[in-house]
Design a protein around this ligand. Structure first.
Ligand SMILES: Nc1ncnc2c1ncn2[C@@H]1O[C@H](COP(=O)(O)OP(=O)(O)OP(=O)(O)O)[C@@H](O)[C@H]1O
Ligand SMILES: [Mg+2]
Length: 269
């Protein structure tokens, strides 16, 4: 059975595209045939993060409008043979994503793929609602700040009332929390919310905690999803997240402040 996973958030800029690219790559590296779709019409960030922006000829909206078939629009990943990207169009109007159109594309993809990852735009406009409508699983991406957590609660409301599963009285979407850009040091001083605070407010299952990391910017600049960088804290945290998504019980890492060694304390890092 194909699983449709939406990576969503209320607030913008919390790390959805970074997470979609990392999780899709992680699933593919584990041997699962995976496609990641950019629902952010007009922005086109996903293909940059995946490093395939120069290969985009046709996009999601072209397929919906019948101007290209899926085969023409899907971009095969350079590193991973069972990973594909369906890019967003850069210029079309945001209402191009219709329920019928999106539903048909997802049905077609489901014949071929085990996992369909939907990289949602932020908020609750058309693109975001279409990204979550058909989902079986939602990864609610949240930063450890009050505004981000509050907007996540809003998205949880949408998942529970405006999704296909809600409308058709099916088993509800499985909701997971992904806490990104986490800084243990700032949580400790109370500048930011702690893992426990966020878990308590949102009360959904924690899928992972991704530390604030320079490796993310480095990865996005080079067009290689950060999960490929297995030397980095963020890369390892995303790998753990994928393991949990696949049902494994993996302990959390990078949630405690790193203890500075004697020399670091004296000379700084
Ligand atoms: N763990 C992290 N550590 C440091 N920077 C991060 C981390 N995760 C994401 N970022 C940075 O945060 C910014 C926003 O990330 P991203 O584009 O993935 O967010 P988004 O939720 O998709 O945004 P939008 O709502 O605009 O689609 C980027 O500059 C990215 O490099
Ligand atoms: Mg994005």
């Amino acid at each position: 059975m194909t699983q449709i996973i939406v990576v969503t958030s209320g607030k913008g800029g919390v790390g959805k595209t970074t997470s979609s690219a990392a999780i899709a790559t992680g699933l593919a590296l584990q041997g699962h045939k995976t496609v990641v779709i950019d629902f952010d019409i007009g922005l086109r960030n996903l293909d940059l993060i995946m490093g395939c922006e120069r290969r985009v000829v046709y996009d999601f909206v072209n397929v919906i409008n019948g101007e290209a078939n899926l085969n023409q629009a899907l971009i095969k990943d350079k590193r991973c043979s069972n990973l594909y990207v369906l890019p967003a169009s850069q210029t079309r109007d945001k209402d191009a994503l219709t329920k019928e159109g999106v539903g048909k594309v997802l049905d077609d993809l489901a014949k071929d793929f085990e996992y369909i990852i939907c990289d949602s735009p932020a908020g609750i406009e058309q693109g975001a609602m279409m990204a979550l409508y058909f989902a079986d699983v939602a990864i609610v991406t949240t930063n450890p700040e009050v505004s981000s957590v509050r907007d996540s609660d809003r998205i949880l409301g949408m998942l529970q009332s405006r999704s296909r599963r809600a409308e058709q009285n099916l088993e509800p979407i499985k909701e997971f929390l992904l806490l990104t850009r986490y800084s243990p040091a700032r949580a400790k001083t109370g500048e930011m919310l702690s893992v426990e605070d966020v878990e308590e407010i949102l009360a959904i299952k924690l899928l992972g905690v991704i530390p604030e990391s320079q490796a993310v910017l480095k990865a996005s600049n080079s067009g290689v999803p950060v999960i490929v960088d297995q030397e980095s804290d963020a890369g390892l945290a995303y790998s753990d997240t994928v393991e949990r998504l696949l049902g494994k019980d993996v302990p959390l890492r990078f949630i405690e402040e790193e203890k500075k060694g004697f020399l670091k304390r004296i000379f700084g890092s």
